[in-house]
Design a protein around this ligand. Structure first.
Ligand code: C2O
Length: 623
C-alpha cells in the first residue's frame, strides 16, 4: 500500500480552511433522531417544491459553489481514489502529473472510436460517433431563459394535464424518430450519445489514451441530467412547445412501480419491443400482475421460469425499504450518493465506483431488458439502453432522486470539489449546436428551467428492521456462525458465500462523532470480466439461521454491474478494470446494537457472474 502522509493531495486538503457549522441538528439531517417524523416540523419532503404557478419562478435553489476540500480527514482511501494512478503506481502508464487535480474534460470528438471498445462481441459492430462538421464549432452553455419552471410529471398519472403532456411526447418522439439518422437531434443519434459515453466511444480531450466513462463515479448523475435536458429541449422544439417536459417513471412510489402504460402501447412512439415481456408486457397482453411490479434489487437469476414473485404488498414494502437505504441510511455523504471521484487523465474503473442510486438504477436496467436478446437489449446493456424510451423515463426518476436527496440533507453541503464542478461534456442542442456544459451548471435543476412534480415520498420513514436478536457481542457473533466459511486472506475469489471479520478502527463513537464522520464499509479492487454482468450481495452481522432480505438492516447492499466492455480498444496496455463498493454503516450498526463491537462480520453472497475477485475489505471514515 502506498502511504499517503506526504502526498500532495493530503497536504492540500489540510491547507484550506474549512468552515464548519457546528449546529448539529442542522448539519446532520441523517442522524438517528431525524429518522423519526417530528410533530413540530413539517415533513422534509414538503420542501420539494415544484409548482407551476409563478411563486418560484426564477428562484433557483440557493447553492454555493466555492471549491473546498471534500474531506478534512485525510483518509487513505479517499486520497487513493482521488489520485487514481497512485494506487497502482508501479504499473502506471499515464504519467501526466496533473492527473490528480483535473476535472474530466470533454470528449475528443475527432478521435471518436469506431466501433466503441465496449460493444458486445456478439453483435455487428457499428459506430456510436455523432455527426461532426469539418469546422468543429463548440459553444459554451448558456442558461435558458424562462418565465415559469417546466414541471416534469409522473408517467403513471392520468389527470388531464398529464394526458395532454403524454400526447405531446408521443407526437414529439414520432418527429424525432422521423429525422434522418445523421441529424444529431434524431432518436438514433440520441441513443448513440449514451453508447459513445458509456461503452468506450470516447477518449478524454488532452488524454488521447484515456477512456471517458460516465458511469461508476460522481459523473453519473450530472452526465445523465444534461443528457435528458437536451433530449427534452429537442423534443420541445420539434413540437414548438418550449414548456414540454418528459415524464418520470415514479418507481419509488407504490403506484408507479409498474411500467407506465403510456410506454407499453405498441402503437405509440414510446413503445420498444425489446423488453422483458414478463415484466413490461405490451398493453392488453396477458400478464401476472405480481411479475410486473419492479424489483428494485432485481436478481435476474431468481427469475427462472416457474419462480413465483412475492405478493405485491410484500414486494412494494421491500422496494420502499430499499429506497430508504439507498437514499438515507447508507448514502449520507455525497460520495456515497453521487459515486466516487474520477478525474481528468484517469482511466475509468481504476478503483472508482458507483454511488447508491447508480447501483439501484442498474438493477432496474436489467429488470426491463429482454432476456431473449443476447445482451438483454435494449435496457440491459449500456450500448443499447438509449434506444428504449423507457430509459429516459427511468433516468428522469433517477434525476429526481438527486433533487430529493439534496432536499433531504438539510444544511449539509453538496459536493463542492472543483474537479467535479468543472468537469464537462458535449451535447448537441435543439439547434444542432455543439454545446459544452459543466457539472456545476446542472447541480440545481431549477436553473435549467425545470422541476419535478411535488409528490409524497413514500419511503421516507421506511426504515429497515434488524432480522435478529438485536444483540451483538463479537464473540457471540462468531459462535453463532457454525456453518460459515470464513476467509482472512485476500484476494478473495467469490465462488461461494464467504464471511470476513473486519476490524473497526474506532468504536463506541459519540453521537457527535458519528455526525461528523460516517463509518463506511469499503470493498476494494473488485475485478471481473466486464463482458458479463455480475452481482453479489453484502450483508453485515447476519445470522446463519436467518434468511436476510432487503427489508432487514443487515442487508447492506448489492453490487451489480451491467456488462460494459471488453478492452479491445486502441490502448493495448489497458490496465485491468477494478471497481469498488462502499456504503455508510453508522445507522446499520446502531440498528444491530453493534456499535461497541471491535469488528463486524461481512458476508458476501455471489448471485451471478463467475470469477469475481476482491482485493480488500476495510472500514473507513468519511466526513
Ligand atoms: Cu447511463 Cu442508466 O445508464
Amino acid at each position: 500500500m502506498v502511504s499517503i502522509s506526504s502526498s500532495p493531495l493530503s497536504l492540500m486538503s489540510f491547507n484550506v480552511s474549512f468552515n464548519f457549522n457546528t449546529s448539529s441538528s442542522l448539519l446532520y439531517p441523517f442522524s438517528q433522531k431525524q429518522h423519526q417524523p417530528s410533530k413540530n416540523k413539517k415533513p422534509k419532503h414538503h420542501k420539494i417544491a415544484c409548482t407551476s404557478n409563478d411563486t418560484n419562478q426564477n428562484s433557483p435553489k440557493e447553492q454555493e459553489q466555492k471549491p473546498s476540500p471534500s474531506n478534512i480527514v485525510g483518509h487513505r482511501r479517499n486520497v487513493l481514489i482521488g489520485l487514481g494512478g497512485l494506487y497502482g503506481a508501479t504499473t502506471l502508464t499515464n504519467n501526466n502529473s496533473l492527473a490528480f487535480a483535473d476535472p474530466v474534460p470533454i470528449p475528443d470528438l475527432t478521435k471518436c472510436v469506431i466501433p466503441p471498445t465496449g460493444l458486445p462481441n456478439n453483435i455487428t459492430p457499428f459506430s456510436c460517433c455523432p455527426p461532426i462538421s469539418s469546422n468543429l464549432k463548440i459553444i459554451d452553455f448558456e442558461f435558458p431563459t424562462f418565465k415559469k419552471l417546466r414541471v416534469r410529471r409522473a408517467a403513471h398519472l392520468n389527470d388531464s394535464i398529464s394526458i395532454d403532456n403524454f400526447a405531446k411526447y408521443d407526437k414529439a418522439l414520432k418527429l424525432m424518430k422521423a429525422l434522418p439518422d445523421d441529424d444529431p437531434r434524431s432518436f438514433v443519434q440520441q441513443a448513440k450519445v449514451h453508447c459513445a459515453y458509456c461503452v468506450g466511444g470516447y477518449t478524454q480531450k488532452g488524454y488521447p489514451n484515456t477512456e471517458l466513462q460516465v458511469h461508476f463515479s460522481w459523473l453519473f448523475l450530472p452526465f445523465h441530467r444534461w443528457y435528458l435536458y437536451f433530449y427534452e429541449r429537442i423534443l420541445g422544439s420539434l413540437i414548438n412547445d418550449p414548456t414540454f417536459t418528459i415524464p418520470f417513471w415514479n418507481w419509488d412510489a407504490p403506484d408507479g412501480m409498474t411500467a407506465p402504460s403510456i410506454f407499453t402501447d405498441p402503437n405509440s412512439s414510446l413503445f420498444d419491443p425489446k423488453r422483458n415481456p414478463k415484466h413490461v408486457p405490451p398493453k392488453n397482453t396477458f400478464s401476472n400482475y405480481r411479475d410486473t411490479i419492479v424489483d428494485l434489487n432485481y436478481n435476474k437469476d431468481f427469475d427462472v421460469p416457474g419462480t413465483i414473485n412475492p405478493r405485491p404488498e410484500v414486494r412494494i414494502n421491500e422496494n420502499l425499504n430499499w429506497m430508504y437505504k439507498q437514499m438515507i441510511c447508507h448514502a449520507k455523504t455525497y460520495r456515497q450518493f453521487l459515486g466516487s471521484r474520477y478525474r481528468g487523465g484517469e482511466e475509468p474503473l481504476q478503483n472508482n465506483c458507483a454511488g447508491s442510486i447508480e447501483s439501484l438504477h442498474n438493477h432496474h436496467h436489467v429488470w426491463v431488458g429482454d432476456p431473449n436478446q443476447n445482451n438483454r437489449e435494449d435496457m440491459g446493456h449500456f450500448y443499447s439502453s438509449g434506444r428504449d424510451p423507457l430509459f429516459y423515463a427511468h433516468h428522469a426518476n433517477v434525476d429526481r432522486m438527486w433533487s430529493v436527496w439534496q432536499t433531504l440533507r438539510g444544511k449539509r453541503k453538496d459536493c463542492t470539489e472543483n474537479d467535479w464542478l468543472e468537469s464537462s461534456f458535449l451535447f448537441y442542442d435543439e439547434n444542432k449546436n455543439l454545446v459544452k456544459v459543466k457539472v456545476k451548471d446542472c447541480v440545481d435543476e431549477s436553473k435549467l428551467g425545470y422541476c419535478y412534480q411535488k409528490l409524497d415520498i413514500p419511503w421516507i420513514n421506511h426504515k429497515p428492521k434488524p432480522s435478529k436478536r438485536g444483540q451483538s457481542k463479537d464473540n457471540k457473533l462468531l459462535a453463532q456462525r457454525p456453518l460459515r466459511k470464513f476467509v482472512d486472506k485476500f484476494p478473495i475469489v467469490l465462488d461461494s458465500a464467504v464471511s470476513i471479520i473486519v476490524k473497526r478502527p474506532k468504536k463506541s463513537r459519540s453521537l457527535k462523532q458519528k455526525e461528523v464522520e460516517e463509518e463506511i464499509l469499503v470493498i476494494d479492487g473488485i475485478e471481473f470480466d466486464d463482458n458479463i454482468g455480475v452481482m453479489f450481495d453484502v450483508l453485515v452481522n447476519d445470522d446463519d439461521d436467518k434468511v436476510i432480505g432487503v427489508e432487514n438492516s443487515e442487508f447492506l447492499g448489492s453490487f451489480l454491474s451491467l456488462p460494459h466492455g471488453h478492452n479491445h480498444g486502441n490502448n493495448k496496455k489497458k490496465e485491468k478494470k477494478k471497481t469498488c463498493f462502499t456504503r455508510g454503516l453508522t445507522d446499520l450498526l446502531e440498528d444491530l446494537k453493534a456499535d461497541d463491537d471491535d469488528s463486524i462480520v461481512v458476508t458476501l453472497i455471489p448471485r451471478y457472474g463467475d470469477g469475481v475477485k476482491i482485493s480488500g475489505i476495510e472500514i473507513d471514515f468519511e466526513e
